[in-house]
Design a protein around this ligand. Structure first.
Ligand code: GDD
Length: 309
């Protein structure tokens, strides 16, 4: 049995989306005509063993999130729940705080995904890769390549080219480390919580020594990238599955347009009905759209089905 966690962050994280994100929380911002998160959920729901998807973040539960959850549960026929952190606990702290919920029902493995990425989500490939590499308890990071300059904005991975083991991990280095970058999509086994737990206990001890009044909270703030991956690199536990399929970060309104373009290209094969309905006299495009690029007479290469742009 499998589960998936989507890290949706919280309100103050979406500032680069302003003014577009004033009306809608960033994870629900429409990308290629559907909320950003729906692409993740759809990919997860295609895995036959997927039992539950958990959204973890520090947004106050609100009507928009609730509405999205109930529609998505119906559409994809899968349990989807939102778990709210009491504060921003970091990319590792949130999953550690809710580990009992993640592990209930005893999944063998679970995906963790950043909400603000667009991807072809090669999840079945990551599962196959995990079986072929390392032991059954190894962890997999989805990686892709970037140019030297771009790589500095991401987690950078040095791998063993024969085994794909992660030998060295540096989050947003100041000088070039590797052109293989972390896509923010991971496949973990329950054993990951032992590693996060070790960091948590160490943080707690450090806090006791410092006699901080908010020690508990500070100890729970754990970053997967800097605190866990950096330590696991070179230990025979962490592997990178490199994809050449499309992938992009969604950090700004501009990058949401680029992400829309990537998904719209994919719709030609996965969801032609979202692009146009065929009828006599030629196809009818759906929704409001700006047509960006034409090839030939009627063939539309790119467009944005949204009234936002
Ligand atoms: N639940 C929760 N709690 N989610 C969080 C928190 C938190 O405290 N902090 C961040 N997130 C979510 C964000 O909403 C986002 O979806 C994701 O985690 C990563 O956010 P950032 O911390 O802003 O990191 P980043 O996007 O700059 O870099 C990460 O993603 C890159 C790929 O897009 C890193 O993982 C990089 O290594 C990676 O290359």
């Amino acid at each position: 049995m499998l589960k998936a966690v989507i890290l949706i962050g919280g309100p103050q994280k979406g500032t680069r989306f302003r003014p577009l994100s004033f009306e809608v929380p960033k994870p629900l911002f429409p990308v290629a005509g559907v909320p950003m998160l729906q692409h993740h959920i759809e990919a997860c729901s295609k895995l036959p063993n997927m039992k539950e998807i958990l959204l973890i973040g520090f947004y106050q539960p609100n009507e928009e999130i609730n509405r999205f959850l109930s529609c998505a549960q119906q559409d994809f026929k899968i349990s989807i729940r939102y778990l709210q952190e009491y504060a921003a606990l970091g990319t590792g702290g949130g999953i550690y705080h809710f580990r009992d919920q993640i592990l209930s029902g005893s999944p063998e493995a679970f995906f963790v995904m950043n909400a603000d990425v667009c991807s072809e989500f090669p999840l079945p490939e990551m599962l196959d890769f995990q079986k072929e590499h390392g032991d059954a308890y190894s962890f997999v990071i989805l990686g892709t390549t970037a140019n030297r300059k771009q790589s500095l904005n991401y987690g950078c991975i040095v791998e063993n080219e024969q085994t794909d083991e992660v030998l060295h991990y540096v989050e947003k280095p100041s000088t070039f480390v590797s052109d293989i970058i972390n896509c923010g999509i991971y496949l973990f086994t329950p054993e990951i919580f032992q590693h996060i737990g070790t960091v948590f206990q160490k943080n707690q001890q450090d806090m006791l020594l410092e006699e901080q009044s908010n020690g508990w909270h500070r100890a729970e703030v754990i970053r997967l990238e800097q605190d866990i991956f950096t330590a696991l690199a070179g230990q025979g536990k962490l592997y990178v599955y490199k994809t050449d399929r499309f992938w992009s970060q969604i950090k700004s309104a501009g990058s949401a347009i680029y992400a829309s373009r990537l998904y719209l290209n994919q719709y030609h094969t996965t969801h032609p009905e979202r692009l146009a309905t065929n009828r006599e006299g030629g196809p009818k495009t759906r929704g409001k759209c700006f047509i960006g690029c034409f090839v030939g007479k009627h063939q539309c290469l790119e467009f944005y089905t949204s009234s936002y742009w």
